[in-house]
Design a protein around this ligand. Structure first.
Ligand SMILES: CSC[C@H]1O[C@H](OP(=O)(O)O)[C@H](O)[C@@H]1O
Length: 363
């Protein structure tokens, strides 16, 4: 797999910068909140990582200054910061899993009577750096599990055509990506003849980011408008679809970038396998099915304004509905590619038992 992939997040202890040409130094949780809410950094894993690393930068600053607040005071301060960051975007579960995990670890540390403020600060730094490094390892595993599964599906076929949606690459994670990582790995096996990416309106993650990543790595790629997916499937041999996820429920229903559901319907109609690729940190076992997922409603300006001229391109008075995500039912999903393997076994309802898979495969 190519190692020369782009990096959306650059971190060395004490210093965090995120892609938006890497010009945005993120020093505080307010900086991170703004960058996440305004989608200057986006992608389910990247959102959680930037939120954690901004806390690590703040904690490191306090350690350098010799902060002598008590463990309880530091724990309270960073728990409030975690709660604040969790308000930045509602759909991707990675952020909430990180917040809960950090709070649990801080609480456990407080139960240790010898714990002081510096210990809590160092804990935050270490856990944030762990999250960053785990993401890279998870993406490697997702990429290889996904590529191996698809290779098995089409054993011997050396000219695979794969469609993806939105951006799930290095610009949505720490490195390599999830669904785009699978595409990278297939390319690395010399079996990917073409990758198709959708524009992914209205924020254009596909046109702006995925197309850039594919060209950057010299992967043969074609950009299509979102509304051309069905026609592409009816006129070209598309072997499979691989998309990312913001929240996978216990039955496999998946919230992902708006448009994913339509692509899954088109794939079903054309008998094309449809895969979701996501780390287990994008899985929400506390949500039984997709109807219970909070779908972020983005500002109408993303549709009504031309992002370059900043001029309104839509008549005043028309209503605008701009959900950031939609929910693809498990019944339309062929398999869920995770760092623990591919969830492909379906029950009598044509859905998955994600918890059973994770329990059986988590070491
Ligand atoms: C590995 S990124 C997962 C997921 O996040 C993206 O959403 P957004 O660009 O709004 O943050 C998209 O749904 C990707 O599939």
């Amino acid at each position: 797999m190519s190692t020369a992939t782009l990096e959306a997040i650059k971190y060395v202890r004490g210093d965090l910068k995120i892609l938006d040409q890497l010009l945005i130094p993120v020093l505080t949780s307010e900086d991170a909140f703004k960058a996440i809410a305004e989608m200057k950094v986006r992608g389910a894993p990247a959102i959680a990582i930037v939120a954690a690393l901004c806390l690590a930068v703040e904690a490191n600053e306090m350690l350098k200054k010799g902060e002598n607040a008590s463990a309880e005071e530091i724990a309270k301060l960073f728990s409030e910061k975690l709660d604040y960051l969790s308000l930045s975007r509602p759909t991707a579960v990675n952020l909430f899993i990180m917040v809960d995990d950090f709070k649990k670890k801080i609480k456990a540390a407080l139960e240790n009577t010898n714990c002081n403020g510096s210990f809590i600060l160092q804990l935050i730094i270490d856990e944030a750096e762990n999250l960053m490094n785990e993401d890279i390892e998870e993406n490697h595993k997702i990429s290889h599990f996904g590529a191996d599964h698809i290779l098995d599906l089409y054993s011997g076929d050396k000219e695979l055509r794969v469609l993806t949606h939105c951006n799930t690459g290095a610009l949505a994670t720490m490195k390599y990506g999830t669904a785009l990582g699978v595409i990278r790995a297939l390319h690395g096996h010399n079996v990917l003849t073409h990758a198709y990416c959708t524009e992914t309106r209205p924020y254009n993650q596909g046109a702006r980011l995925t197309a850039f990543e594919l060209v950057y790595e010299k992967i043969p790629a074609t950009l299509i408008v979102d509304s051309a997916v069905s026609y592409l499937m009816s006129t070209k041999k598309i072997h499979c679809v691989v998309v990312g996820a913001d929240r996978v429920c216990n039955n496999g229903d998946t919230a992902n970038k708006v448009g994913t559901y339509q692509i899954a319907i088109a794939a079903k109609f054309h008998n094309i396998p449809f895969f979701v690729a996501a780390p287990s940190k994008s899985i929400d076992l506390n949500t039984s099915d997709g109807s219970k997922i909070k779908i972020e409603q983005r500002h109408e300006n993303e549709i009504t304004m031309n992002s370059h001229s900043n001029k309104r391109i839509v008549v005043d008075g028309v209503g605008v509905w701009n959900p950031g995500f939609d929910v693809t039912p498990a019944t339309l999903i062929t398999g869920i590619i995770t760092e623990l393997g591919v969830i492909s076994t379906k029950n009598e309802n044509n859905e998955f038992d994600v918890q059973h898979f994770l329990t059986s495969n988590k070491n």
